[in-house]
Design a protein around this ligand. Sequence first.
Ligand SMILES: Cc1cc2nc3c(=O)[nH]c(=O)nc-3n(C[C@H](O)[C@H](O)[C@H](O)COP(=O)(O)OP(=O)(O)OC[C@H]3O[C@@H](n4cnc5c(N)ncnc54)[C@H](O)[C@@H]3O)c2cc1C
Ligand code: FES
Length: 274
Amino acid sequence: MKIIAKEVIADCPGAKIVKLVLASAQISQKAQAGQFVVVMVDEKGERIPLTIVDADSQANTITLIFQVVGLTTKLLGALDVGDTLYALVGPLGQATKIKKYGEIILVGGGVGIAEIYPVAKGLKAAGNKVTVILGARTKEALILEKELKSLADKIYLLTDDGSSGEQGFTTVVLEKLLKKDKHDLVYAVGPIPMMKKVSELGLASKIKTIVSLNALMVDATGMCGCCRVRVNGEVKFSCVDGPEFLADQVDWEELEKRNSMYRVKEKHICKLKF
Ligand SMILES: Cc1cc2nc3c(=O)[nH]c(=O)nc-3n(C[C@H](O)[C@H](O)[C@H](O)COP(=O)(O)OP(=O)(O)OC[C@H]3O[C@@H](n4cnc5c(N)ncnc54)[C@H](O)[C@@H]3O)c2cc1C
Ligand code: FES
């Protein structure tokens, strides 16, 4: 649980993104694409879920990439090489089904780009043709561009301000691609409005579309019920049944409501401690 390496990979207004390499022999041996860990920075801190972006079973390390958005990510981002986390649990969640589908489009928005990286890597290694669409606010926040360029067959870059790639939204490019050619799978991670739109586009084109949900979690072992989401009319626990689900079956309105449940308190707590 010791921090072996740290890099601030983006630091611009509205997006500070940090990469940490952590020593964890057990998690690095077992981690699969699509899984996550739960991190506690200190004894009294909350637990937060973060995707395992990379795992090196030779070096016994895992890599996490996170955006500083509130108290816990601020505390985590303030740690340095040599510091130790209070607790690290994982790998958690169902792994991505890695197999040959054919032609796949992966869509990553904001820090969701970090979450699509291990999936893109696995799907490419399984022999799929991989197209990647990445979107961020600005050029600085467009993370893992080099890494994804080196594995993707085709890559589209978009920024809100046009500072890198085209100006606009990932979903506009997705819509064009789905209209133009036949694809076998769409996989998306990013802000809820982006994933909801991706879901609508996938459904309209009758293409299997998978999303990895960012439901609020507490224990992340299926015991507290905090991460419940409605999928195909049934209640599912995102931590053990997900975090991936078929996009068109997700009740997006309910997810949005549940995720904003503590927004006022989160802002207040963050201000109090810093
Ligand atoms: C399976 C999964 C994988 C994730 N992977 C990544 C990742 O690789 N990189 C990354 O930057 N973020 C990831 N997240 C989101 C990350 O967990 C939140 O950004 C983090 O918990 C924020 O905590 P905070 O105290 O800094 O912010 P807060 O101020 O407490 O919250 C800010 C926002 O973060 C979300 N959030 C807060 N607490 C939780 C929680 N316990 N569980 C889930 N979401 C929460 C809420 O949307 C909230 O409005 C993932 C979430 C899930 C569910
Ligand atoms: S986080 Fe508690 S059941 Fe999923």
